[in-house]
Design a protein around this ligand. Structure first.
Ligand code: NAI
Ligand code: MG
Length: 337
């Protein structure tokens, strides 16, 4: 059962389907008996007029003070507009590791059974440095920043995680054949750290081949270690292997702070309609419970999700069912042991 003192957690509902799916996770956590004091804060396009930034200082302070946050997706307009709130937050809080466990779910039939891999994505640099400029009319540049410090840090994180979770193998994903300096440095740092972990198998794969191998047989991978852009793209691909974006959780982790959020975005096409699958955010909150040492609650919520997904009629539309976000959430709550 939960501890006496409530956990202090920052809640960022986000926009689009964010408020619907995060509310669902809040309800499930409450029903599971976990005492939480939420600090609800807002980030994204709606707060720019007031604060001049998508991630105001009070939001960062709330997260820093509590050390833990649950976050819904935040829309980033394509083209002109504000800088991504997500990228800004990850950089401001130095959430350098993005962890995404990708697992087959009982009852959710996909091309492969028994998929169980973990993506570890570098979260602070690469082509997400935000350094883009116009050189001259019709010519623009984006700067890919890769540092030894960030590469060693993410590699050490991935190897330590693999050992802690009893995993066997780490695969570094890169394009060092073309980007000899940037991806070359990433790969070299991974190799260097691998030498300190002789108990773990280490290999590397070029990113385009990796995409093909993943759709051919994802079970050949265990822990995957990727830079920011490849990690972003492969996360969505891997979500597709186990039922789609509605079911894959995630965490952005730094040395002092962890922000839990699903892989998916704000899904404007279904926002406000009660159609969103809250599984990914609920499973992100399960990861958050593990992080906080609430192992019993984590286990019970996980089991309730599995029991709900096992019944096709209880699923949301993305998984072929007819249930609304609320109805699915109620079914999960009813199945909490
Ligand atoms: P998306 O992940 O929002 O949606 C892609 C497709 O998956 C859509 O058809 C959507 O309906 C479906 N989908 C996503 N989550 C779902 C769920 N929980 N249940 C059922 N169906 C779901 O990706 P998209 O359309 O590329 O991005 C929309 C916006 O979200 C963009 O502004 C993007 O920048 C932002 N975004 C934010 C993220 C974050 O806050 N961490 C992450 C990814 C995107
Ligand atoms: Mg993404």
């Amino acid at each position: 059962m939960s501890s006496q003192t409530p956990h202090a957690i920052t809640l960022l509902p986000g926009d689009g389907i964010g408020p619907e799916v995060t509310e669902s996770a809040v309800r499930v956590l409450e029903a599971a008996g976990v005492a939480i004091e939420w600090d609800r804060v807002e980030a994204g396009g709606d707060v720019i007029a007031k604060y001049g930034t998508p991630v105001p200082e009070p939001v960062l302070q709330s997260i820093r003070r509590r050390g833990v946050a649950l976050k819904g997706p935040i829309t980033t307009p394509v083209g002109e507009g504000f800088r991504s709130a997500n990228v800004t937050m990850r950089q401001a809080l130095d959430l350098y590791a993005c962890i995404r466990p990708v697992r087959s779910l009982p009852g959710v039939t996909t091309r492969f059974e028994g998929v169980d891999l973990i993506l570890v994505r570098e979260n602070t640099e690469d082509l997400y440095s935000g350094l883009e400029h116009r050189v001259t009319a019709g010519v623009v540049e984006s700067i890919k920043v890769v540092t030894e410090r960030a590469c060693l840090r993410i590699a050490r994180y991935a190897f330590a995680l693999a050992r802690r979770l009893g995993r066997q193998k780490i695969t570094a994903v890169h394009k060092a054949n073309i980007m000899k300096l940037t991806d070359g440095l990433f790969l070299e740092c991974c190799r260097r750290v691998a030498r300190d972990y002789r108990d773990l198998e280490f290999g590397d794969v070029i990113v385009d081949n990796c995409a093909m191998q993943l759709v051919r047989d994802p079970r050949q991978f265990d822990v995957m270690l990727l830079g920011n852009l490849y990690g972003d793209i492969m996360s969505d691909l891997c979500a597709g292997l186990v039922g789609g974006l509605g079911v894959v959780p995630g965490a952005n982790v730094g040395d002092d702070v962890a922000v839990f959020e699903a892989v998916h975005g704000s899904a404007p096409d279904i926002a406000g309609k009660g159609l969103a699958n809250p599984t990914a955010v609920i499973l992100s909150s399960v990861e958050m419970m593990k992080h906080l040492g609430e192992l019993d609650a984590a286990k019970r919520i996980d089991a309730a999700i599995h029991a709900t997904l096992a019944e096709p009629r209880l699923r949301t539309r993305d998984l072929g069912g007819k249930a609304s976000t609320d109805a699915f959430t109620n079914s999960v709550i009813e199945r909490l042991g």
